[in-house]
Design a protein around this ligand. Sequence first.
Ligand code: SAM
Length: 241
Amino acid sequence: MGDRERSNDIRRVFSEIAGSYDLTNHLMSFGTDIGWRRRAAEAVMLQPGQEVLDMCCGTGDVAITFAKAQPGLKRVVGCDFSKTMVELAMQKQAKLAKEGELDFENLQWCQGDCLATEFADSSFDVVSCAFGLRNMVDLSAGLKEMHRVLKPNGRVCILEFSLPANILVRWGYLLYFNFVLPLVGGAISGKFSAYRYLVTSVRKWDREVDLTGALEQAGFGEINITPLTLGIAKIHIAHKR
Ligand SMILES: C[S@@+](CC[C@H](N)C(=O)[O-])C[C@H]1O[C@@H](n2cnc3c(N)ncnc32)[C@H](O)[C@@H]1O
């Protein structure tokens, strides 16, 4: 399968599970994913007046967390190639605004491929990507695009799953991850293959991807890594050189 077919496949899978995506995430992670996005907002040290792009925004949780975490951001843009995901993000924003839980007008959404976005060079102070990079069909193209749209010395914030380094913890986690998670995710979404894909992609990512090396190769430096919840996820912050 070529990159285009794989990309279409990934978009289709995420569009199919979009409706149950939030619920499945919160249940499967016992709610810890909410705290991880908050930790990412803290780690990237947002400042008033900054412009932020959240790549692979899904249903919008990272973009919304950032907009809430730092009042006075100039704009936050969420981008995803799944139309269904972007529509759900818009609905979430409207609902939160109506309930008085989100008071930020400069939150925008765009549907598009994050490997080649519509944005000009040096447009953003911060580019984030949560659980998205692993799904991009070309990791180095994704990182290069992040680098291109960042302003000089801008920061990238990548939140991604990993596997615990401690052998006992890893063993216990893998029992849950390999056997329980695909069943729960599949049962809620009705798409068992999507959650089998999640397990395979995280294991492949952990085994094969040197994210620090890939970031350096794409032109990033000053890389800081924060492990989360016994190492089942990590935040990478890196500066555009
Ligand atoms: C696991 S979800 C993560 C969603 C969200 N960032 C979160 O924290 O929950 C991955 C998202 O990446 C999107 N995606 C994958 N590859 C993409 C690409 N090349 N361009 C745009 N979106 C992409 C999918 O449509 C999906 O919504």
